[in-house]
Design a protein around this ligand. Structure first.
Ligand code: 9Z3
Length: 321
């Protein structure tokens, strides 16, 4: 009897990447979130954000990491919610988070004070209640207000990953969960994902010993998850990938090649050093440069606002066609 067709990537995922124990529960949560918001007229975007961790040992002491602060994903989530989207935020544990990102470099203890006044010397240390020091937290009231509105409207569903395996399985679950809402789903794949990994079968259990001499690593290629996502898991969705390079001369060529290979809707191309001031949104027919000037910086305009505006318009057109 013929076996049901399982794409080789599905097989690899099951065999070589540990399945997180909560994946089915998360999938159901994401599906319910999408159904609810689409029924109330919203669209849903799945944002991936932050870098994946690739362990070198199964009881992990050492790991490889991909660089990403999570700022792009977190700020984009805010602009998507401002544009009427509900957001599934699949992010690296402890990377930047919507709204809280604005205060990530502030020491919490500097942001608080005793209401009784006093500079905090020994004699005043117990005077009054602990209150927020607004000077240390500019714009806190505005951010808190919007954060509470978002919570009240249940517009944000946060899901965490740390390892590459968790990321891959949770992204697959998200794609399958969102396939039920067809073209109303957008995938905004801003996470920085490793191209290399050590398969579970070849990974040592215990900490690698330096007494064995210099370490030689042999890493396998990570399966290209975009391919089954676009073809099999969520074929009607609007899919955006990000292309990161450090060499600007190869960037656009790589972005175009990704579009040709995976046949999704757009690639946001950026260079590591200039990513906050310049990106190119590449589609099969168009190429739009988005730029942040010094004047924009003074006015607190962020490039993610422009990226999101460009992509939500394109998503509109995609749905109506
Ligand atoms: C990006 O290119 C993101 O824009 C950044 C954002 C990670 C540069 P931050 O989080 O930075 O704001 O600090 N993400 C995609 C990176 C990536 O791994 N892309 C793969 C590639 O370029 C394809 S999916 O090959």
């Amino acid at each position: 009897m013929a076996k049901p067709r399982i794409s080789s990537i599905d097989g690899k995922l099951a065999e070589e990447f540990a399945v997180p124990s909560h994946v089915e529960e998360v999938k159901e949560k994401m599906a319910a979130f999408a159904r609810h918001h689409v029924a109330t007229g919203r669209r849903v975007v799945l944002i991936t954000s932050g870098g994946t961790k690739v362990p070198l040992e199964s009881r992990t002491v050492r790991f490889l990491d991909n660089f990403s602060s999570g700022r792009r994903g977190a700020s984009s989530a805010e602009y998507f919610m401002d544009s009427g989207y509900a957001v599934i935020f699949l992010h690296r544990h402890r990377s930047l988070y919507p709204y809280a990102r604005m205060f990530s470099n502030i020491n919490m203890l500097d942001a608080l004070k005793f209401s009784g006044g006093g500079g905090g010397g020994a004699s005043s240390s117990n005077s009054g209640e602990v209150v927020v020091n607004q000077q240390a937290l500019p714009n806190i009231a505005k951010a808190l207000k919007r954060y509470q509105e978002v919570k009240e409207g249940e517009l944000l569903l946060p899901i965490e990953f740390s390892t590459l395996s968790e990321y891959l399985h949770l992204l697959k679950a998200a794609a399958q969960a969102l396939s039920t809402i067809g073209s109303k789903a957008m995938f905004y794949l801003a996470a920085a994902v490793s191209d290399f990994y050590i398969p579970a079968s070849e990974m040592p259990e215990h900490k690698i010993q330096s007494s064995n001499g210099p370490l030689q690593l042999s890493l396998n290629m990570v399966p290209k998850i975009l391919s089954p996502l676009v073809k099999d898991w969520a074929p009607q969705a609007f899919v955006i990938s990000f292309k990161l390079e450090t060499d600007a001369t190869i960037l656009l060529d790589k972005a175009r090649r990704a579009l040709d290979t995976y046949r999704h809707q757009a690639v946001v191309a950026n260079v590591l050093d200039s990513r906050r001031g310049y990106v190119v949104v590449v589609t099969p027919e168009t190429q739009a440069e988005l730029i942040i000037t010094e004047e924009d910086v003074k006015n607190d305009v962020e490039i993610e606002e422009r990226i999101v505006s460009n992509l939500t318009s394109a998503h509109n057109k995609f749905i109506t066609q």
